[in-house]
Design a protein around this ligand. Structure first.
Ligand code: CA
Length: 395
């Protein structure tokens, strides 16, 4: 959570070669971390034993520095995450944990299907919690200049958790970036939002599903989850739709979307309570369209990815009995960074300012692309399909 760590990463990292002291300045860095730990009020024993013994893990740096060569197409992302197996498993686990989940819905306002969807997406309902020693990973990242400050704070929180709950180092395992347990909480979220749901005196997100689900509900409540509201929904756009308002920055009142002819996929009109909603087309105009409500933004505070938010929302709906998407995500190639970068260069050359070309399709690029598509009589959905690449002479 807090960063996109693909589940696949957790799967691959069941073991890692640890080569101590390969990192230059490791000893100096650990000495500095020990000072920080002291000023943070950690005990001398933790500092002398735990912190002095953390190991540098080259693989963690390798993974952290890895620049993806492409961004996955929505179809590739979505079909791997929202699977029939996960839907079935979610329904089965709802029955199994019904008393708890219904209680959590009442207490925290987050319905069962959402908690199950997060659990399913984060760790396949607890099957893949990650096996990397968290303190080693965090110390390694804290000693790397890239995001030293953030990971130093997370390391301090992890050490405090260790003291507070008397966890063994060997039990504190997780993703390469330090996310832990059934719902992959980073240490700071663990420290602040984990709840001892089963009342054994310890918030244990690795071994207690009750603690983990209660903590997820508590966390979502604190991220601003709105009771009695959906995440959003798949919608049907009218044939002549103009795609002027795309994404979070262009959110509109639901009444406005209804005026523009957007309907529920059943054909029924949108219900129009006084709410803002943003339109998302994760695979362009040929794919499914979604309106994201306030709870969509809450999901994105857990993981800043629109694909993730759609996957959580839809998996939750499916667990709750809904059918598959009306418009299946179309098969599309993954977007290579090099290709998107070339597209950005071409747009800039033609006077559509999309900022410094970086190979990532951000909101500025989408805007520029839409303006270009419009000028060429292409569908102005801001999605670089093959006809757009062709028009811009991008191979
Ligand atoms: Ca507990």
């Amino acid at each position: 959570m807090f960063k996109s760590i693909p589940l696949a990463t957790a799967l691959l990292l069941t073991s890692s070669a640890t080569l101590a002291n390969e990192q230059p300045n490791w000893a100096t860095c650990i000495a500095d971390l020990q000072k920080t730990a002291k000023s943070e009020g950690l005990s001398q024993q933790t500092i002398d034993t735990t912190l002095a013994n953390v190991k540098f893990v080259p693989r963690v740096i390798e993974l952290d520095n890895k620049q993806p060569e492409f961004s996955q197409s929505f179809e590739n992302y979505f079909t791997k995450r929202v699977t029939d197996w996960r839907v079935e498993q979610g329904r089965k686990l709802y029955k199994e944990h019904k008393v708890l989940l219904d209680k959590l819905a009442k207490e925290y306002g987050v319905p069962p299907q959402y908690l199950l969807a997060f659990w399913g997406l984060e760790t396949n309902f607890g099957s893949y919690k990650g096996k990397m020693p968290v303190l080693d990973s965090l110390a390694t990242l804290a000693c790397d200049p890239r995001r030293s400050r953030y990971f130093t704070q997370e390391l301090m929180q992890a050490l405090k958790l260790k003291e507070r709950y008397n966890f063994a180092e060997t039990d504190m395992v997780g993703s390469w970036a330090g996310a832990m347990g059934h719902t992959q909480f980073m240490p700071s979220a663990y420290a602040e939002y984990a709840v001892d749901g089963d009342g054994d005196g310890k918030a244990d997100l690795w071994n207690s599903t009750t603690d983990a689900l209660t903590s997820a509900a508590h966390f979502l409540q604190n991220l601003g989850w709105k009771r009695n509201e959906r995440w959003g929904r798949e919608v049907t756009l009218p044939a002549d739709f103009s795609y002027t308002h795309l994404g979070k920055a262009e959110a509109q009142p639901l009444t406005r979307w209804a005026e523009l002819g957007i309907k529920q996929t059943s054909g029924l009109p949108l219900s129009t309570p006084d709410m803002q909603a943003a339109l998302y087309l994760p695979s362009g105009h040929t794919g499914p369209a979604f309106l994201g409500y306030d709870n969509f933004d809450v999901i994105m505070r857990w993981n800043r990815s629109t694909f993730y938010a759609i996957a959580v929302g839809h998996l939750a709906d499916r667990i709750n009995g809904a059918v598959a998407l009306k418009v299946a995500p179309p098969k599309m190639p993954n977007l290579s960074r090099a290709r998107v970068k070339e597209l950005q260069i071409q747009l800039n050359d033609r006077g559509y300012d999309v900022g410094k070309p970086d190979g990532i399709l951000g909101s500025k690029s989408v805007k520029g692309l839409q303006a270009y598509q419009k000028s060429q009589g292409l569908v102005a959905d801001g999605y670089p399909d093959e006809s757009t690449f062709k028009a811009l002479n991008v191979k």
